[in-house]
Design a protein around this ligand. Structure first.
Ligand SMILES: [Zn+2]
Length: 186
């Protein structure tokens, strides 16, 4: 490794795509202010951010259940059976929905945690070229070739077992990763 004296530490490597030397680890590139307009923080993301997600959904669900209970209570007070019925139905549906959502949050979180070590292996050593915006690994290990950030994200997420968690609208979801760039084994 050599230092360019600007504070960042460029890796001693040339980009296989354009031959450029302005190459940094994806980890650095994600937080580099120079690239803030390129949204690299999200485009080079290693995995889904699941912190507190399930908890928030639970609270949201309970608020809706509370609305149903409140409606039912109002129905009892005013002797409006329709309100009572509607309120009870709403509360029950929201309770079922909340359980389903929180449970699927839990499964997604478990999948993300299970794949974390593998994701880390593919992601940590990857390098990003500022010249042509391609991502590659030195010496073709642990994976070969030069990818776009979208292909790279898709590769990491898919290989780690949570490719199904790429959300609609994320270009990585539709990216095509060339087959065979991760050698079998390990
Ligand atoms: Zn390049």
């Amino acid at each position: 490794m050599a230092t360019d004296g600007v504070g960042q530490q460029p890796v001693d490597a040339l980009c296989p795509g354009c031959g450029g030397a302005e190459v940094h680890s994806v980890e650095e590139a994600r937080s580099d202010k120079r690239a803030s307009g390129k949204n690299l923080h999200s485009r080079l993301e290693k995995g889904p951010d699941k912190n507190g997600d399930g908890c928030l959904h639970f609270v949201e669900g309970m608020v809706l259940v509370g609305l149903g209970v409140g409606l039912a209570y109002t129905g009892v007070e005013r002797e409006e059976p329709l309100y009572t019925l509607g309120g009870v139905v709403l509360a029950v549906l929201m309770l079922i929905g909340t359980i389903a959502v929180v449970r699927s949050d839990g499964q997604e979180k478990a999948a993300a945690e299970a794949g974390e070590a593998r994701a880390d292996r593919l992601w940590r050593t990857a390098l990003y070229c500022y010249g042509c915006e391609s991502v590659f690994c030195l010496g073709g290990s642990p994976w070969r070739g030069a990818l776009t950030p979208e292909q790279f994200k898709k590769l990491v997420w898919t290989e780690s077992g949570y490719g199904d968690q790429l959300v609609a609208g994320d270009k990585a979801k539709d990216a095509e990763v060339p087959p065979g760039i991760v050698p079998p084994g390990r």
